[in-house]
Write a protein that binds this ligand. Sequence first.
Ligand code: NAD
Length: 473
Amino acid sequence: MAKVTVRNPRTGIKDYSFENFSYEKLKHHSNNLRHGNVAWRNATIEQRVATMQEWKTALEKNKEAIIAALIIDTGRKWETVLEVDLIIKSIDRWCGIAKDFFQPIAQKDSSIPFIKLQQSLVAYELVGVIAPWNFPLLLALIDTIPALLAGCSVLVKPSEVTPRFIPKMEAIINAIPALTNTLSFIAGDGITGAAMVEECDLICFTGSTATGKKVYDAASKRMIPVFLELGGKDPAIVLDGAHIDLASSSILWGSTANAGQSCLSIERVYVQDTIYDAFVKTIVEKAASITYNANNLEEGFIGPIIFEKQATIIDTHLKDAIEKGATVAYGNTACEIINGGFYCKPTILTNVNHTMLVMQEETFGPIIPIMKFTTKEQAIGLANGTIYGLSGAVFAKTNEEALALAQYIDGGAISINDCALTAVMHEGEKNSFKLSGIGGTRMGPNAIKRFMRQKVFIIKDQEIESPWWYKKI
Ligand code: NAD
């Protein structure tokens, strides 16, 4: 069985490895999960909530160990603490939503007087969750929690780039009898991910648009539902009248937090010509204080680029932009290597245009290209001028003005007078636009519905002949 080696993002040393999950092992796990699903889906919602609470307590008890593993996986600290807190806390929110959702459904009259309708919901037996490396725990659990509450068994495969937290998760699950045959974490790469698409009844995939297309293709052959949460190239628009100090602080955070390795990072900034110079001057001044954590994990704001190949993409985008005339107003012309890790400063590019990769393709790094516009129509055209439509932000003097423009932006979540708010606010419902994904909302109360099929019992409640039957037989 092939061993997968894993690079430490802070040292560049391949200091961890795991056995790639074989198809036979996957089959064995999925059989166990299908077997365990009978008791899980037949449990009451109160029983499922009680198990989820037991799991939450165990996660809290083991929080330090989970955080320690994730820090080695990702090379960063404050984002990891935020990630772990956010996802553990979300268990309570989902339990509340599930309790409301699973209220008994009363039988209803229909338009035919002697026919009643009884609606019900049937959970998919086995959900496969395939996750990326940028927020390894959060993105492994964001769909898993509502799927479990819906009554599904769940098989989770985190990214092969960040697998060190998996044994900890397995140990926690194995100590909770009701979860042992209901939830499994497996370590594997794309081959294992592809095998999951052949094995599960529904797939929640978070990752790149390129891999998402492969998953969509494979799932279509089996006609199973897939929820694809893919790449982004989120724009921020700053209109004349916006609070320049607040907007620049927000955009600096939204584009460089987690070293820009977030699907919802601001990757393009469009500023109205009347305030352009003042905005660039302000954000350049602030960028200098966003330092690396390279020499001390506890200090600084920016960790290493987690995935080596991503550093190459960042370098390619910077080189292409500079060759096509971009100016580096602050930052790097390429990632720097410190202690074996790849680091990139908040890098502010001016004189950019839409022929550049950095304005078209996902960079996934702390790069802030800023472009000038004159009219709102121009800003909308530029913001919508990529293949992506994940999220975005609009800054204006008033929320009303920002909202008026925001309705024209291609994206399922537009932050108003702040940016990247879906990082912290998961209660609104949203869909991805264009090549940023497909499928029902993963956030908000309706997200739970994705894991269930609707079923209706159509009940005749009078002993009579139905008027549409053959007559006199
Ligand atoms: P990736 O597409 O390379 O990998 C994602 C996952 O898919 C990994 O677990 C990988 O092992 C697996 N995989 C690879 N090939 C597969 C196949 N053929 N079939 C099934 N699974 C396969 O993405 P990545 O580099 O890990 O993550 C970064 C990407 O994720 C970025 O594009 C980012 O925007 C996106 N992302 C999106 C969201 C969102 O909510 N929209 C959130 C976070 C990250």
